[in-house]
Design a binder for this molecule. Structure first.
Ligand code: AMP
Ligand code: ZN
Length: 461
């Protein structure tokens, strides 16, 4: 497979560290709120990569963190912890907030056929690993203590900025008035923060009570689950200049060598030409899509129809277009499914073109085009349907369910959806009594609830 490596700013052939195996780490959600469809676009990209690798025959180990502490309202070191802020505003403990939004997140990715990563470790379960990491950096002379935390000394790591071509001196010159004059360099970042008494999340550490910096979470958890050297690290492009530079600095400083071979980044989803982000209040969620009557997989179709390295401007018109095209694709597949299984010369080249496009840096829009050409083949054949289903191992648009999907309205009414989301949160919090109560309510409304290893499925009885 050819992939675009942000580190070298070019496409490269993927050569895994261990033959036949790929370890990949993806920066996961900060669970203080609903994931918006821009966030989810980045996870569709993660999923596409994982499926593409699996199709090439690699055994993939996919790890994605759940950030439930330490991510401040600015990606750098200013502002309040997002979890603490949500906890204050919603009058719940940070753990309740995290359990609730993690439950919804898993439901959302399931609705988009995003396979759940093999491991989804939570930051709060790895405080010890993070403390060990920070101590290691201190021992190596990369960390220093100030009155409010332990900071990474960027000037001790000359390669700082290699992912985004940042020049440290430019940063110094361009830095805003620095609020923390104990820092050696304005771009030094917190590894560990000392907690004021009233801070809601804090742990014992060699530096007194405190909580981890956001960047250390990913370095510590990727080290624990994928080892000192792994193949691929993914995230959204906004992570390139701060979060991933900082991860690189921490991991390389501790290990004395690069931890990651390929850095891959998904471009942003925009809204009306501007950035979609929670702080700007212009975000939509999977529930918003469902409430408006869209199939979540029509949103997946929309994502696949543009390359992961291009910006995608979200509009409701584009969403309408995706929904219509998606339905037509299912109809085209169904016509083949019902036809006799006859050979067709179009099948072999279509499969080759399709998987060739995926192997070339995940060119999903091109692959989707090849799928369409085959789907529209005038000769209808069950063998064409089988080929479409095989392509769908990558695109995951539920082609194999075309008949059921076209027959029934799969969209759940909002009341049922809300109860199902509450039930997921109750299950995440291991509140089985509440979960059973909600199951009964959903059942009384005429829906079955099925808990599978991939999550909960709610279907009309
Ligand atoms: P967060 O939960 O804010 O840490 O973000 C989760 C993921 O979504 C990260 O990989 C971000 O880079 C990514 N992301 C945030 N905003 C957008 C957007 N508008 N479009 C695409 N990805 C995004
Ligand atoms: Zn991360």
């Amino acid at each position: 497979m050819i992939v675009y490596n942000t580190l070298h700013k070019k496409k490269e052939e993927l050569v895994p560290i261990k033959e036949g195996k790929v370890g990949m780490y993806s920066c996961g959600p900060t669970v203080y709120n609903y994931a918006h469809i821009g966030n989810l676009r980045t996870y569709v990209f993660m999923d596409l990569l994982r499926r593409g690798l699996a199709h090439e025959g690699y055994k993939v180990k996919s790890v994605m963190n759940i950030t439930d502490v330490g991510h401040l309202t600015s990606d750098a070191d200013s502002g309040e912890d997002k979890m603490a802020k949500a906890s204050r505003e919603q009058q719940k403990t940070p753990y309740e907030i995290a359990a609730y939004y993690t439950g919804i997140f898993f439901r959302d990715i399931e609705a988009l056929n995003i396979m759940r990563p093999n491991l989804t470790p939570k930051a709060t379960d790895h405080i010890k690993e993070m403390i060990d990491f920070v101590q290691g950096l201190e021992r190596g002379g990369y960390g220093y203590e100030t009155s409010d935390g332990i900071y990474f000394d960027i000037e001790k790591f000359p390669a700082y900025g290699k992912l985004s071509d940042l020049k440290l001196d430019d940063q110094k010159a361009g830095a805003r008035v620095e609020v923390n004059d104990e820092k050696h360099h304005p771009a030094d970042f917190a590894l560990w923060k000392k907690a004021p008494k009233e801070h809601i999340m804090q742990w014992e550490s060699p530096w007194g009570m405190g909580y981890p910096g956001w960047h250390i979470e990913c370095s510590a958890m990727s080290l624990k689950y994928l080892g000192e050297h792994f193949d691929i690290h993914t995230g959204g492009v906004d992570h390139i200049p701060v979060h991933h530079e900082n991860e690189i600095a921490q991991s390389e400083a501790l290990l004395g060598k690069p931890a990651v071979n390929y850095w891959m980044h998904g471009e942003f989803m925009m809204v009306d030409g501007g950035k979609m982000s929670k702080s700007l209040g212009n975000t939509y969620t999977v529930s918003d899509l469902k409430d408006k009557g869209y199939d979540p997989l029509a949103f997946r179709y929309l994502c696949l129809n543009s390359h992961y390295r291009n910006k995608l401007n979200f509009t409701w018109d584009a969403m309408d277009g995706a929904q219509v095209s998606y339905k037509r694709l299912l109809e085209a597949a169904l016509a083949h499914k019902k036809a006799p299984a006859e050979d067709d010369d179009a099948i072999a080249p279509a499969l080759e073109d399709f998987f060739g496009a995926i192997s070339d840096d995940l060119n999903a829009p091109k692959a989707l085009g090849f799928m369409w050409v085959l789907a529209k083949n005038p000769h209808k054949s069950k063998k064409i349907y089988d080929a479409l289903v095989s392509m769908d191992s990558i695109l995951a648009l539920d082609i194999a369910k075309c008949e059921e999907k076209l027959a029934v309205d799969e969209i759940l009414p909002p009341e049922v959806e809300e109860l199902a989301a509450k039930r997921s949160a109750a299950r995440a919090a291991r509140d089985w009594a509440e979960s059973d109560r909600l199951r009964d309510l959903i059942s009384q409304m005429g829906y079955n609830v099925l808990d599978t290893k991939d999550g909960t499925k709610v279907t009309r009885k």
